[in-house]
Design a protein around this ligand. Structure first.
Ligand SMILES: [Fe+2]
Ligand SMILES: [Fe+2]
Length: 242
């Protein structure tokens, strides 16, 4: 897919002239990012009181704080663009992921949270890598800061999984890995959507969904092997993954 990038990284500032298309797309992506950060903050925060191990409890509280900060900073960027954060909620993408998450979050087990930190946070990382090259300068800067903190989250998931493999056995963790692997793969969306060309042209993303999925797969394969687990083989190895 060939998309021509018209806006170089970090070339647009809050007071720059913006086309209506640029502004609307930027706001939608920021609203999506804010929502993802808030879901992460809520999930981690809700487990602080449920986890007995002192080190895990402390680290969970720390990452809940980091995710809350990411959400807050994304809101600040929206406000700087003149968007009321409450209005931003209406501008987000309607994705299947969020209604599904709302349903799943109360039922998550500790094993889900550990696999989620390992996989979903790593998938989010790949997307934020695109934002770190955003044409919108304040977002490029924020995304670079977020990446530094996010690096630790999948590592935390890995440490928890190592312990879970010892306590509950490899087979159980492997089965849960398959379930979340399927969710992660689908989370990247169809290989190319009708928005892809626009995102790349506006310099608001740099890769297609398929490129990001491939980057995620490449990053995760060695980590999964390091845990002594297998990279899941799904029934259908292309979108929608089953
Ligand atoms: Fe985050
Ligand atoms: Fe995270």
């Amino acid at each position: 897919m060939t998309s021509i990038r018209e806006y170089p990284p970090a070339s647009v500032f809050p007071d720059s002239p913006m086309t209506a298309e640029y502004r609307a797309t930027l706001i939608k992506l920021l609203a999506d990012q804010a929502r993802a950060e808030l879901v992460a903050a809520h999930v981690y925060a809700s487990w602080v009181r449920r986890v007995p191990d002192p080190d895990t409890k402390r680290y969970l509280a720390a990452i809940a704080q980091e995710e809350t900060e990411h959400w807050y900073k994304a809101l600040e960027l929206l406000i700087e663009l003149g968007v009321d954060p409450r209005a931003a909620r209406r501008l987000r993408t309607r994705s299947w992921f969020y209604p599904v998450t709302r349903m799943l979050v109360p039922r998550l087990t500790w094993l889900d949270v550990a696999v989620g930190a390992f996989l979903i946070d790593a998938a989010a990382y790949v997307l934020v890598e695109d934002f770190a090259q955003s044409s919108y300068a304040p977002w490029a800067e924020l995304a670079q800061d977020i990446l530094k903190e996010e690096e630790g989250h999948p590592e935390f998931g890995m440490r928890c999984l190592e312990r879970l493999i010892c306590d509950r056995g490899r087979a159980r963790v492997q089965r849960r890995l398959v379930r979340w692997w399927r969710i992660s793969m689908n989370l990247f969306g169809p290989p190319v959507t009708r928005n892809t060309e626009r995102y790349i042209r506006l310099g608001l993303k740099v890769r297609t969904n398929e490129d990001r999925r491939a980057a995620f797969r490449a990053a995760m394969a060695p980590r999964i092997a390091e845990l002594g687990l297998d990279v899941p083989r799904l029934y259908r190895e292309r979108y929608p993954f089953v």
